[in-house]
Design a protein around this ligand. Sequence first.
Ligand SMILES: [Zn+2]
Length: 148
Amino acid sequence: MSGREQKHWTDDEVDALLEMAGGMPVASIAAELGRTVCSVQIKASRLGVSLDMSAAVWCPSCSTWRTGLDSNGRCPACRMRSLADAMEARWRNETPPDAVSQPAPAPVAKRPPLAVVRAEEAAAVERHRARYNAAKMRLSRARRSGGD
Ligand SMILES: [Zn+2]
C-alpha cells in the first residue's frame, strides 16, 4: 500500500475547505485539514473554488467584505446605497443627510468565503436598488399628480 495515495475527501472536509477558501492562506487550510497544499489546490480547483485571498476586499464604509471597490473607495452596495439615499432625499425634497463617518470596525481576522461575500453583496445591492426604484417611482408620481 502506498502512503502517497490521495486520501478520500469526506463531505465534512469539503465543507471545511469551502468555509476556509479565500479566508486564510492555503498553507493554513492544508494544515487544518492535514493535507498537502497541492492536494488542497487540486480539490479547490475541482470544486471551482478560489483560494485567492486578494479576491475579497474590506469596504470601510459598510464594514463588510466585498468583491471590490471603485475609484472612490466604495463597494457596489455602498454605491447603490448612496444613489438610493440621494433619490430618497430628492423625493422628500430634503437635502441629503450628511454622511456621518463613523469609525469602521477593524476587519475580522477571518475572511468569509468569496461565495458568501458575493451573495451578501448582491443582496445588499438589491436592497438599495429597491429603495432607489421605490423613491424614483414616488418622485415621478408626486410630480405627475402635484399640479402646483
Ligand atoms: Zn461598502
